[in-house]
Design a binder for this molecule. Structure first.
Ligand code: NAD
Ligand code: UD1
Length: 338
């Protein structure tokens, strides 16, 4: 298969490109490097021993994108390109709607013109809002995301679904990720947040390596077994494999297909801290702070639809996630700038 990957030098995109190349697919990456490093291109080549095309293009650049799409007969697009910081989206909503929503509309216009009608979109568990019940299934109606970032995901899901209704030839694949963590086992690619991380796993890793003093646990008075927030953490390599499975099953299959990608079980903040302490062989100082606005108490998925229909299940454990994250962090203490 020939696959165009937007946002392919980012965290999840880079791991997915590795899995695609390893499975024998041909890849072209389009990324404006707004939140990634060009070094990733060399790292992917080092892991896979394969070559692929890379274009430094913004997906809102319709002419530039059209030039790329026109040069080859793509079977599908994996659309990772987007901005993803919740806090930033609250401060700069127009930038988030423009980048994420306009970017997707521009991409789809180019794809439609060039006859590429399979798109896999990086959606998020955030579209469910505050879960009415757990586990979350694909039949759970989307809720009210608590921030502009989450709303861009829901709007894009709606746009792509409407596009498919208007032209039934499209295969629209909406993948709702739970909490992607960890890194490739080579330690060559991983998550490289700019500034102080907002998410739990990269924050934990930076405390463990000594870059940050302590982890603040955002609330320990939730209605969960130990009072701290519970999430469905999924190893990024399992998530990447989920994309390959979805593509191989659904490329060219008309419809709007929705899948949760998670492990199907929840882990609390305290449980993840303990697992990371074991992986890193050191104690991680913590302090309990207030709840973070917009956080839900607990969130995990029913992953059985992806298992039944895509033949995909997440196989890596929490210990694997922590071990691989720790390897990435120690080999690259300052990320790709190391
Ligand atoms: P990331 O920031 O590491 O990767 C996104 C990539 O897209 C970056 O390389 C960035 O440079 C690129 N990009 C952004 N805007 C662009 C534009 N206009 N044109 C071209 N390239 C652009 O993020 P990630 O964690 O790899 O996430 C990938 C996708 O998955 C995003 O859409 C994100 O919203 C979604 N997602 C991520 C998570 C998560 O926890 N990481 C959870 C759910 C959904
Ligand atoms: C967050 C975003 C979500 C986004 C996802 C991936 C919010 C409200 N939600 O999800 O929209 O899709 O990241 O980018 O920001 N925690 C701490 N201390 C920390 C950091 C986190 O205790 O320093 C806790 C949180 O309260 C939560 C858990 O760890 O219970 C996981 O947090 P995080 O990694 O930020 O992911 P989400 O909040 O699930």
């Amino acid at each position: 298969m020939r696959v165009l990957v937007t946002g392919g030098t980012g965290y999840i995109g880079s791991h997915t490109v590795v899995e695609l190349l390893t499975a024998g697919h041909e890849v072209t990456i389009v990324d404006n490097l707004a939140n990634s490093s060009p070094i990733v291109v060399d790292r992917i080549s080092a892991i896979t021993g394969s070559s692929f095309d890379f274009h430094s293009i913004d997906v809102r650049d319709e002419a530039g994108l059209d030039d790329v799409v026109a040069t080859a007969a793509y079977d599908a697009v994996l659309h990772f390109a987007g901005l993803k910081s919740v806090a930033e989206s609250v401060e700069r909503p127009l930038e988030y709607f423009d980048n994420n929503v306009t970017g997707t509309i521009t991409l789809c216009r180019v794809l439609a013109r060039r006859g590429v009608r399979t798109i896999v979109f990086s959606s998020s568990a955030t579209v469910y809002g505050d879960p009415p019940s757990l586990p979350l299934t694909e039949a759970t109606p989307p809720g009210a995301p608590t921030n502009p970032y989450g709303r861009t995901k829901l709007v894009i899901e709606d746009i792509l679904t409407d596009l498919q209704r208007a032209d039934r030839r499209w295969s629209v694949i909406l993948l709702r990720y739970f909490n992607p963590v960890g890194a490739h086992e080579s330690g060559l690619v991983g998550e490289d947040p700019k500034g102080t991380p907002n998410n739990l796993m990269p924050y934990l890793a930076q405390v463990a390596v000594g870059k940050l003093d302590r982890l603040t646990i955002h609330g320990d008075d939730y209605a969960t077994p130990d009072g701290t927030g519970v999430r469905d953490y999924i190893h990024v390599v399992d998530l990447a494999a989920g994309h390959v499975a979805a593509l191989e099953k659904l490329v060219g299959v008309p419809g709007a297909h929705v899948y949760n990608l998670g492990t199907g079980s929840g882990t609390s903040v305290r449980e993840l801290v303990a697992a990371f302490e074991t992986a890193a062989g050191r104690t991680i100082p913590t302090v309990v702070g207030p709840r973070r606005p917009g956080d839900v108490a607990a969130n995990w998925c029913d992953a059985s639809k992806a298992a039944a229909e895509l033949g995909w299940v997440a196989t890596r454990t929490t210990a694997d996630m922590c071990r691989d994250m720790w390897r990435w962090q120690t080999q690259n203490p300052d990320g790709y700038e190391t």
